[in-house]
Design a protein around this ligand. Structure first.
Ligand code: F3S
Length: 397
């Protein structure tokens, strides 16, 4: 792998231990992926923020990286949601020792120079670079969104590789950074005739597109081609499709309206129903969770419209970033949602947080297929998977 003089020096430890570790990580990945060189990036998005996912080992590693004298991120860097609401963790029953460790992790990232983010939908809060720009995003649901919807180029980075990219401002020139690798390997042909026909695909809403993504991710590991879906996706649908694909597989990109003549897998009503049954084990849940991935301002607007003048009969948690919450507050959406009984959980991940476990519930209602998968796995709860509108209709007066 070709390295510049400056990269060689950093690798040799001449620019401090943190950079040496970062270059070692990138070069190890470069070797595995047969990359010839590193390339500059404009934006790193780092995961590995929740204490529930990285634990003491991850926390100690971050302490070490951030303790290097003058060690700072080289490029604009955002971070994933953490494992609790940073402002209101005590009122949401987060144990003190957990909160202390979570705050320590956050302080390491702050020391390194993150943008105020704590979001898995970073494209909502910050200006997106022009199409074709290389970035290094670790949150898999955001990475696939970047490649497929925003036209950026990123591999599905791990927490460690994205951290290395943030420190060096570089990534490995491999896989989805290379134009020839961005073509579909297999197509999914959607054939939902007779079910819902108001769109060509027959699909509508986050649950439908989440189910499609959950199926597609399981069956195709490379770039996915979707037939019969044009650029008609709402932001919530695209977000649900992306999040579900990466839940079940390793794909990092899809192409809409694929015209490639390649192997094609059918997605019919049978595959839809089988996938739905896999994800939804209960008719109803004892609590409601919205926001995996975290809610966008458009979704909060829709939620506030649906809840206007109503009152929820169950505890309902709404996950979004502080930045989006502030916009929702200034526009009056959050006041409507809170008046209806909704509780905002800011800057946190909906699944990797102790919140669900401390609720002592056996079942949860959600509109998210990724959330359904992980809440069941991590917290052992049954899931009732339903559209937002239906959840509100059935649970409010
Ligand atoms: Fe975001 Fe956590 Fe879901 S990072 S995509 S809310 S699992």
């Amino acid at each position: 792998m070709f390295l510049t003089n400056s990269e060689e020096k950093a690798l040799a430890g001449e620019k401090g231990e943190s950079l040496e570790i970062a270059y070692r990580v990138l070069i190890a990945i470069g070797k595995i992926s047969n990359a010839k060189r590193l390339i500059p990036i404009k934006w790193a998005h780092v995961s590995g923020v929740s204490y529930l996912t990285i634990g003491d080992y991850g926390m100690d590693f971050l302490k070490k990286i951030s303790s290097g004298k003058g060690t700072k991120f080289k490029v604009f860097t955002t971070v994933n949601p953490c494992g609790m609401d940073i402002e209101n963790w005590d009122s949401l029953n987060v144990p003190v020792d957990y909160a202390e460790k979570q705050l320590k992790i956050i302080s390491c990232y702050e020391k390194l120079g993150i943008a105020n983010s704590f979001t898995c939908v970073p494209f909502q809060s910050f200006k997106v670079p022009r199409k074709g720009t290389s970035v290094a995003w670790a949150e898999s649901s955001a990475a696939i969104y970047a490649n497929s919807i925003l036209g950026l180029k990123t591999n599905r980075e791990s927490a460690v590789s994205a951290l290395a990219s943030a420190l060096t401002g570089k990534t490995v020139y491999s896989d989805l950074h290379i134009p020839e690798n961005r073509k579909p390997m297999k197509n999914i042909r959607i054939d939902m005739e007779g079910k819902r026909l108001f769109r060509k695909s027959g699909l509508s809403g986050s649950v439908d597109f989440g189910i499609l993504g959950y199926f597609a991710g399981k069956h195709i590991s490379g770039v996915i081609g979707f037939q019969r879906i044009n650029q008609e996706l709402e932001i919530a649908e695209a977000k649900a499709l992306c999040a579900a694909i990466v839940t079940t597989g390793s794909s990092g990109m899809f192409v809409l309206n694929s015209k490639e003549r390649i192997e094609t897998i059918d997605f019919t009503e049978k595959e839809y129903e089988d996938t739905f049954s896999d994800l939804s084990q209960s008719g109803e849940g004892e609590a409601i969770v919205f926001g995996c991935p975290q809610m966008t301002i458009e979704e909060l607007y829709e939620l506030s419209r649906s809840l206007n003048g109503k009152h929820l009969r169950k505890r309902c948690f709404v996950f979004c970033s502080s930045k989006i919450y502030e916009i929702a507050r200034s526009r009056g959406y959050s006041a409507v949602i809170e008046a209806a009984g909704g509780t905002f959980v800011r800057d946190a991940c909906a699944d990797f947080t102790p919140l669900i476990s401390t609720l002592n519930v056996d079942s949860v209602e959600t509109d998210s297929c990724k959330g359904a998968h992980y809440m069941r796995k991590v917290h052992g709860v049954k899931i009732a998977l339903k559209d937002t509108t239906r959840i509100i209709e059935e649970n409010s007066k």
